[in-house]
Write a protein that binds this ligand. Structure first.
Ligand code: SF4
Length: 482
């Protein structure tokens, strides 16, 4: 199938900020793509609309874009080429310092072996991200990309999230008068060596007050968004992510989505007529706390003096324009408000309704579990994400869910849809409507339930010729959080 170049081609809808967002006529227009949510309207829906009703509207919007039958997944492999990282994100259980005993950098041969295993089972892309390793030169990345392209010419290389790109600029000191020019220089080089698209890791929450608290040593929102804009200019597609359910307020989530929508508009306006790329997907997930410094913060309500009749500190600080200040509440950053299943579904539903210029909303079952992921298909998600053979970052923070292709197809079908494997551009590769479909051909499900997570360890690299026990995992985009 020839790629549909824009995926969402209708003229941009207008805002109607004076409209009542709970009015059914307004919501029908929203579903039809005739009007946009304003930040205030989105905040009101997030706070006040009953969950199931919100899900119904998000589902209607999803069906208007994607139809009633097919929901997708991709087969790829998350390769974390190093766990050495200059940043110290407080939500991260994955990073190591260079001198730590379990710090690692994968050899090219190890990466190739992983890709071979992926290709052998029908995988089409790798999602390759690392920590931000100050000791790896540009040559290392170029050699790696070139070797992959030579050995696996049909493989899609989805790699290096914006925080890595920002650090590449610091590490490599490329020519250029501005940050944007330097990013363009690095990205152009990597693209020439085989890089196809950028994952949206490291988005977290864009608001400065939150970002400074949780993303120590990681780029700010402006830099993150600029990297993606340059990627779009160079014709690369990207994705956007959000990690919520920690110290942020609800308005921070809306502000985050608003920045994604605004910068997507700009990329479409500026680059879509000359082969430019864009954000193809938005994936959001709740923070996983195990083994992380941020996870040691108390729940709001558990700390001395916490008064649950008062607003959560993050909500006091959060503003819809992202200008909130940490000084606005003494406990800001010291209390977390974890997101459970209903909060996850609510946030995802808002993202479907808000991001009218983004094609796909990904279900985030790796953190919530496969059955919540399945329900997410009724809350605006059109894609079940990746059937993956490896995931290291989420598992480091305690997540252990893993799914095979058979199970992911079963979950999609069981939710009432036809499963279809897609590629990175969201074009359909195989629609599973025959008895030979991965799930329909299974006669013994017990074998598929024993899959385990595989966690990368330097010492665990298989000896040449050794049998590798494969775990099937799914993870969200980005080492920066899941
Ligand atoms: S989340 Fe990514 S950027 Fe942040 S410390 Fe961990 S590995 Fe480094």
């Amino acid at each position: 199938m020839a790629p549909e170049p824009l995926h969402i081609t209708s003229p941009r809808a207008a805002l109607n900020p004076a409209a009542d967002p709970f009015d059914s006529g307004f919501l029908q227009a929203l579903v039809g793509g005739e009007v946009r949510l304003s930040p205030k309207q989105a905040l009101a829906l997030h706070r006040e609309m009953p969950l199931i009703e919100l899900g119904r509207w998000a589902d209607a919007r999803c069906r208007a874009l994607h139809g009633d039958s097919i929901r997708t997944y991709v087969i790829d492999r998350n390769i974390n080429y190093t766990n050495v990282c200059t940043a110290k994100c407080t939500f991260c259980a994955f990073r190591r310092d260079e001198e730590d005993d379990d710090a690692y950098v994968l050899e090219q041969s190890e990466i190739h072996a992983k890709i071979r295993e992926l290709v052998d089972i029908g995988g089409t892309q790798i999602l390759m991200q690392g920590g931000m390793h100050p000791g790896l030169p540009l040559d290392w990345y170029e050699d790696l990309l070139g070797s992959i392209r030579q050995a696996f010419p049909d493989l899609h290389i989805h790699a290096f999230s914006p925080p890595e790109m920002v650090e590449f600029v610091h590490f490599f000191n490329p020519p250029g008068e501005s940050f944007e020019a330097k990013v363009r220089w690095v990205l152009t080089r990597l693209q020439q060596w085989g890089l196809h698209s950028l994952p949206g890791g490291g988005g977290e929450i864009f608001a400065d007050a939150v970002r400074r608290k949780i993303g120590l040593g990681k780029c700010d929102a402006e830099s993150w968004l600029t990297v993606m804009r340059v990627a779009h200019e160079l014709g690369m597609n990207t994705s956007a992510t959000m990690m919520f359910g920690h110290i942020e307020g609800i308005a921070d989530r809306i502000h985050h989505m608003d920045l994604v929508r605004t910068w997507q508009d700009r990329s479409i306006d500026d680059f879509s007529t000359n082969g430019g790329g864009r954000y193809m997907a938005f994936i959001s997930w709740p923070f996983q706390r195990e083994n992380t410094p941020l996870g040691r913060a108390k729940h709001w309500g558990d700390g001395p003096g916490d008064d649950l009749s008062q607003p959560f500190p993050g909500d006091v600080v959060a503003t819809l324009d992202g200008t909130g200040s940490k000084g606005d509440h003494p406990e800001f950053g010291r209390r977390v408000r974890m997101a459970g299943a209903s909060e996850y579904l609510r946030t995802q539903a808002i993202s479907r309704l808000y991001l009218d210029n983004i094609w796909s909303i990904g279900a985030s079952w790796v953190t919530m579990g496969p059955h919540i992921g399945q329900v997410a298909l009724a809350f605006g998600a059109s894609d079940m994400g990746s059937v993956m053979m490896e995931e290291n970052v989420v598992s480091a923070a305690g997540t252990t869910y893993c799914l095979s292709e058979e199970v992911i197809c079963h979950l999609i079908r069981d939710a009432g849809f036809l499963p279809a494997q897609r590629d990175n551009a969201y074009d359909l590769l195989r629609v599973h409507d025959a008895p030979t479909s991965p799930d329909l051909a299974v006669d013994d499900w017990s074998k598929l339930r024993t899959s385990k997570l595989h966690v990368q360890r330097a010492a665990a690299a298989p000896a040449p010729g050794a049998t590798v026990e494969l775990g099937w995992e799914q993870a969200q985009e980005g080492c920066k959080g899941p």
